[in-house]
Design a protein around this ligand. Structure first.
Ligand code: TMP
Ligand code: ASP
Length: 324
């Protein structure tokens, strides 16, 4: 897949057209901005980290059934995504009070927000991305009511999945921002990125900030914090991966003519094995794979069968998994 033409350049990314009109390439840049780009810097290697972290989160969400624009990681700074019509809203989910919430409402930092808050902001740099209510969204047609409901539902699911995933790695998901896009049929997908640029991550025990607040507040060691997030994700995945062997049997559905089976039956009869009444010939496929759990491995193997290994019009399959 090749970059054909630059379609958009944002503060942290470039978006390119590809030879497939339904797909785009995101290039993550090394630039870092805050306060609507009033504060800017460049950090070599930052684009790689936001690209890898974002790809990991989007893939995780996808595996858990959340529709996202992510297609695949291309290299350290690029990922392939679905080309969508972006809804002009930034949706923020907050589990703990901090940032603009505390400034706006004068509330204490660090309060647990149960249930989490979901807020909508209008994507408009000139206006500084103002907070909008659902009535504003409806009145000015920024998004339809069913889409607002869907975005809220997806935000809360994403929050549950990411909070758990990060908690297991010693990280508290304090808050985050999501953007959404629509395909031609009006289906909604999580779009843009999910990274330390767009989330707040606190170390669970020390409460150390491991996100863009280090840049916003001049706390130093910005890149080191992003690297720490990537290290905890990558190391944990490696240490939790086990190797599995899947023994997959693919056979023709009952009622589908099995010419190979018939030929074997007739050869067996000609050799004198008259007791054989029926023969069905199938395929046996052995796959070894790594996966964080037996459950994940089973769901991946099922996907492989449905995507490639089995022709579901005429074939059926079953498989067994064993940890190696
Ligand atoms: P806030 O407290 O500054 O409103 O930020 C809430 C969350 O949204 C935080 O995780 C950072 C993220 N965010 C962005 O991704 N882009 C933005 O432009 C802003 C203001 C916040
Ligand atoms: N993303 C915004 C900017 O680049 C604001 C922020 O994240 O603080 O200016």
């Amino acid at each position: 897949m090749n970059k054909i033409k630059l379609i958009y350049e944002g503060k942290a990314k470039k978006v390119y057209e590809t030879d497939d009109p339904s797909l785009a390439i995101f290039e993550y840049k090394d630039s870092l901005t805050a306060f609507n780009a009033q504060k800017k810097d460049t950090m070599q290697g930052k684009g790689r980290l936001t690209n890898l972290i974002s790809a990991t989160f989007l893939k995780l969400l996808q595996d858990k059934g959340i529709p996202t624009h992510f297609v695949k990681l291309l290299d350290d700074n690029h990922q392939l995504v679905k080309r969508l019509k972006i809804i002009p809203l930034e949706v923020v989910v907050r589990n703990t009070s901090t940032g603009s919430l505390c400034k706006r409402l004068g509330v204490e930092e660090g309060l647990d927000l149960v249930p989490p808050l979901v807020e909508f902001y209008l994507k408009n740099d000139e206006l500084g991305d103002p907070l909008v209510t659902e009535d504003h969204i409806r009145a000015f047609g920024f998004a339809s009511k069913p889409h607002v409901e869907k975005m809220k539902e997806l935000c809360l699911k994403v929050n549950e999945i990411l909070s758990k995933y990060l908690f297991e790695r010693g990280i508290k998901l304090v808050d985050f921002k999501l953007e959404f896009g629509m395909d031609d049929e009006g289906n909604i997908f999580v779009a843009d990125e999910i990274s330390p640029d767009t989330c707040r991550f606190w170390d669970l025990t020390s409460k150390e900030r491991l996100d863009k607040d280090r840049f916003r507040k001049d706390l130093g060691n910005v890149l080191e914090a992003y690297e720490e997030i990537w290290r905890r994700i990558a190391d944990w995945d490696k240490s939790c991966s086990a190797e599995y062997r899947a023994n997959i049997l693919v056979y023709l559905k009952e009622g589908v003519l099995d010419t190979q089976g018939k030929a074997v039956l007739s050869s067996l009869h000609s050799l004198g094995y008259d007791e054989v009444k029926n023969v069905r010939v199938g395929k046996y496929i052995k796959i070894t794979l790594t996966s964080p759990s037996q459950e994940d491995a089973a769901s991946r193997v099922k996907e492989m069968c449905e995507d490639l290994l089995v022709n579901d019009l005429i074939e059926e399959y079953s498989f067994e998994l064993e940890e190696i």
